[in-house]
Design a protein around this ligand. Structure first.
Ligand code: G6P
Length: 614
């Protein structure tokens, strides 16, 4: 998804901005651009494709100046062309703008501006902001007042950064709704603005996060803040502790590979300081809801998107199974537009790696408007989801996840949901200390077991070689591993572009069975749990129809060897934890298939890490 970086200070702004954009590459983008203010004129360079193209352009036609804004664009309105890349300049040349998000009423605004004589240079909604801002600045005789007036006319979620060529020394930034973060990085005699922490983390750890309808006026030696109506705001800086070195690949070929292998560590960090084995308790200190409030809850509404939604489905099994509290799971994009039934005993649980996914945030807003408390499982510290969580946050502590395809965030989301389920189980009187201790012990053993799975990758490399020309793959699982099957299929299609479908195995006979032949490998999740025998029957049914079966089962299994072409064994654990151990082989299978097929593993086509638009 789009990235924003702005710089103002004594250094050559272009270098700082382009380096910052590079740090945001993981978000996914299809074009990029920069505008530098120099001697009262904007120097703009834009190009289609990777940032390297922009760098090459800048090498040939350098820009000089001490304030600049840059953008990586992920196309929404208008094709992937240089003309549609940001920054956009108003026709008078006075204003440049970059934006993340969507101006929902841009057609109406465009019609109004066209009628007033504006000619257009792109097909984007962002140019509408530039032209509108130009007019409002002229009408009010003041850039900042004009900026705020223009903002008031926009509908949708937007992160907007702009400059005026006759106002050197000033970059303005605003956040409207949920189009992703606007972070102001505070330096010494220089300041930064960005859509994401890593863009500026090399320069400063002191950051201020804009809330909805807030504006920042960024100068080299000071930053001031206002509400959209002009009221001055006093905002406190936070010190962000991310280590930029941790975000580097550290010897791995891809971030995804690194993140798969990091899971023993990330799971350990999710559990850290939250388990007391001796007392058989779970401490979730960052939850603001009191035990009394949590005990009153009789319905949890989980809202999430993509992989996080799959974690939500696992959470339903965990919370309903262990705590006997009703759970409903919905996609953010669906939940926000239906009429959910929530009451004063409901709780919304948002699950999101980035904490900036627009649909998930919108779901949280819906709940908040109905007075329903929100809690969240979030990885990105200080993200909007964390800030919207009036009931508190359970941070995943997984460290930065750079690869677009989510891996360690998924497994830590499930671990976080498990901790929540155990806490609720105790509060709702559903778990004695002995059983609790068994669960906690199993959780503590989990990192070691994940470590064992990632130790040997030969089988996945062989499978990737065998299935390198395969067009379709089916993933089947039952019960708590039905979401695992969905996640396995999603991972494979995301990064290898092999068409894949995940199904609850019992549903196979209602459709997918028609697809099974010798061309269709089927991955079956068969842990030793209470639906194992049912899964064995499914494996048989696939085999009977000529399908090749890859089985993932519990260590020591003998029965399935006869039926499956490939058997992958994972260590035994409690059935509740099998989605975590079963997911790791599926991640590795996807990774090696993608590698074999030569796709862009970390930045698959058309996908974005953080989807801050609808
Ligand atoms: C995008 C990413 C997925 C992710 C989903 C939800 O589609 O490519 O990997 O699962 O967004 O993201 P979130 O940050 O809310 O977990």
């Amino acid at each position: 998804m789009c990235g924003i970086v702005g710089y103002i200070g004594p250094r050559e702004a272009t270098e700082v901005v382009v380096d910052g954009l590079q740090r945001l590459e993981y978000r996914g983008y299809d074009s990029s651009g920069i505008a530098v203010l120099c001697d009262g004129e904007f120097d703009i360079r834009r190009s289609v494709g990777k940032l390297q193209k922009l760098r090459e352009r800048l090498n040939g036609e350098p820009t000089y100046g001490h304030q600049a804004i840059g953008h990586t664009r992920w196309a929404t309105h208008g094709g992937v062309t240089e003309a549609n890349a940001h920054p956009h300049r108003s026709t008078s040349g006075d204003i440049v703008v970059i934006q993340n998000g969507i101006v929902e009423n841009y057609l109406a605004l465009k019609a109004e501006l066209t009628a007033a004589g504006v000619h257009w240079h792109s097909q984007t909604d962002t140019e509408v902001i530039a032209q509108l801002l130009d007019r409002e600045a002229k009408a009010s005789g003041d850039f900042v007042i004009g900026f705020r007036r223009a903002l008031l006319r926009l509908k949708g979620g937007n992160a907007i950064v702009a400059m005026h060529r006759r106002q050197p020394g000033l970059i303005v930034a605003a956040r409207l709704g949920n189009a992703g973060a606007v972070v102001v990085g505070l330096g010494d005699g220089e300041n930064f603005v960005a859509s994401d922490i890593p863009a500026v983390l090399d320069h400063t750890q002191r950051m201020v996060f804009l809330e909805d309808h807030e504006v920042a006026l960024v100068r080299a030696d000071s930053v001031s803040y206002q509400q959209i109506d002009g009221t001055a705001l006093d905002k406190q800086a936070q010190t962000v502790a991310y280590d930029p070195v941790a975000a580097a690949k550290g010897g791995y070929k891809h971030f995804m590979q690194k993140e798969i292998f990091e899971q023993p560590r990330s799971i350990t960090d999710t559990l850290h300081d939250r388990i007391n084995l001796e007392q058989a308790t779970v401490q979730l200190d960052s939850l603001r809801l009191s035990d009394e409030q949590l005990t009153r809850i009789d319905k949890i509404m989980v809202v999430a998107c993509g992989t996080a939604w799959h974690a939500g489905l696992v959470a339903k099994f965990l919370i309903e199974g262990l705590a006997r509290v009703r759970v409903e799971v919905d996609y953010g994009s669906e939940f926000r537009y239906r009429q959910p039934i929530l009451d004063d005993r409901s709780l919304l649980l948002a699950i999101t790696q980035s904490g900036e996914t627009a649909d998930t945030l919108a779901g949280m807003q819906v709940a908040r408007e109905q007075g329903v408390p929100c809690i969240s499982l979030v990885n990105a510290i200080g993200s909007q989801a964390a800030r919207l969580s009036d009931g508190g946050v359970i941070y995943l502590n997984a460290g930065p996840e750079i690869s677009v395809a989510s891996t360690k965030a998924f497994t830590t989301m499930v671990v976080g949901a498990y901790l929540l389920a155990l806490k609720l189980a105790t509060l709702h009187g559903r778990m004695d200390k002995v059983t609790m201790r068994e669960h906690l012990q199993a959780l503590l053993e989990l990192p070691g077991k994940v470590g064992e799975i990632v130790k040997n990758t030969t089988v996945y490399e062989e499978l990737a070689e065998r299935y390198r020309h395969t067009n379709d793959m089916l993933f089947l699982g039952r019960g708590i591993n039905y979401p695992t099957a969905l996640e396995g299929a999603l991972k494979l299609k995301e990064i290898s572009y092999i068409h894949a479908e995940g199904y609850p195995a019992g549903e196979m006979k209602h459709g997918p069975i028609a697809l099974i032949d010798e061309e269709m490998p089927v991955v079956c999740l068969c842990p030793h749990d209470d639906v194992y025998d049912k899964m064995v029957s499914n494996v048989q049914q696939v085999k009977t129809r000529g399908g090749e079966v890859i089985v993932i089962t519990t260590e020591g299994d003998t029965q399935l060897r006869e039926m499956a072409r490939t058997v992958i064994e994972v260590p035994a654990t409690l059935p509740w934890l099998t989605p975590i151990l079963n997911t790791i082989p599926l991640q590795l299978l996807s990774y090696y298939c993608a590698l074999r097929r030569g796709t862009d593993v970390d930045q698959p086509r058309n996908l974005a890490k953080s989807v801050t638009v609808e």
